[in-house]
Design a protein around this ligand. Sequence first.
Ligand code: ZN
Length: 547
Amino acid sequence: MISYQICPIDPHAHLFEVKITIQAPAPRQELWLPSWIPGSYMVRDFCRNIIDLKAFDEQERPLSITQLDKQRWQIDSNAESLHLRYSVYAWDMSVRSAHLDQTHGFFNGSSVFLAVAGKELEPLELEIQPPKEEANWQLATTLSRTEGEEWQFGRFSAANYDELIDHPVEMGTFTHGSFEACGVRHDVILTGRHRCHMPRLLDDLKAICESQIRLFGEAPFERYLFMTQVLGNGFGGLEHRASTALHCSRKDLPLSMEMPVNKDYRTYLSLCSHEYFHSWNVKRIKPASFIPYALEAESYTRQLWAYEGITSYYDDLMTLRANRISNEQYLEMLSQTMTRVYRMPGRQLQSLTESSFNAWTKFYKQDENAANAIVSYYTKGALFALYLDLTLRLETQGKYTLDNLMQKLWQAFGSQGIGTEDDSHRRLYEELLGRDASAEFAFLDNTQELPLAPLLAQFGIEMQLRSAQGAQDQGGGDVEGQKIGLGARYKAEALGLRIVSVTNGSAAHSAGLAAQDLLIAANGLQVGALFENELQQYEPGDSLELH
Ligand code: ZN
């Protein structure tokens, strides 16, 4: 048995202390830490936060440790049991790593627990201890509890290392609510200051969860936990097998039962819907190359369009199907997804499968040139899912929809623990469509525009393109665009406009503006936040002298 113990030993210094006991270790026992966390495809080198690693034998005699690489260590001994002790610096306010201060603690196991090499498949036990100073802290996690009251610190178990690191842990003081969806218990906790009207949030989440469980026919877990850190300004989420860790902004939460679903709350509900959909689509239906996850280096797949794109298609759609937003709101969200794709000239250079494969170095490491060079497997993947759905609905006269594809994926792969290959989605889609679908799936590998307008027209929806109303315009709405655009994103500063990025083919590109430039004046007049409005007094083709 391998046992872990973790304690928020010094919240002021943001330090967790971790102890590991390994019975009957190998004579040359290696230990390693993941370099990335499943769901977020970037090497993050969590090892950089491991401090003061020490090893002892059963008599507490120190053992020497040989470091093999940035995240792997070896201990040579004849000990009957090995005892390791180290600290983890936890000051990353994100859902991907670990964070600890005097108000709360949060961690993913992939940031704090060294894996015992060769014993990754063995059962583990874990004790989570409270901080000494904070007597009233509670604990939330979906790890299976072996000792202690619900919401209290205690002991837990996991069948293997993969399970240990797939149940994030939140500790502190939080608001709690719960509901049942299709007979399955769901808990919701909110950490941080907020004025959320919990009954409203629970009501909306219940409807969204039920619509998803009905889509797949069954919930893949016995219990589910939404845990949200409420911040002044935050957004993000990461999916896990029975929970999700989320960040939202205070303004995103509902204040009453009656409040209409505004844009902020809509964004939060879609985020919850997105991560929940991942419970099936990527946590269980997943690429074969992710079974098991290879966590010490990049793990490549050409299928993120299916796991993030289809999930992005369904996040808004399930919110609509759960009757939480109107058709008009849904179409506005769809327009905004389209806008994000059309705003990126890189869609003409990179395909969805290339975008998936290069997530590690491109999508997750976007610089000022990203829009010119890449396409998002989230947004274009969502449009590809829409394209597949509409095509299927049209050709089968509504007999089949993309829901049927998801059900087939769940039955053939997810529920069986079998991973998908690069052609699995196409093959199941062809079974529904009743013909070869290589023409449709060619859009995964080429950079042609998806023919959405003619498809949408057959469902009574007119798709129109318009020019932007400025750099902040997210798209959607029946409004007039501006006739003159700079073609650059910028931030207003005291002295002028700081260029953030330049779109290839735009006026800014022709003029030789570059990211980081400070635009001070146009035709001798100082420029400010209203620059794009002021541009409208010119005609296309006019020239401006820029300083
Ligand atoms: Zn996602």
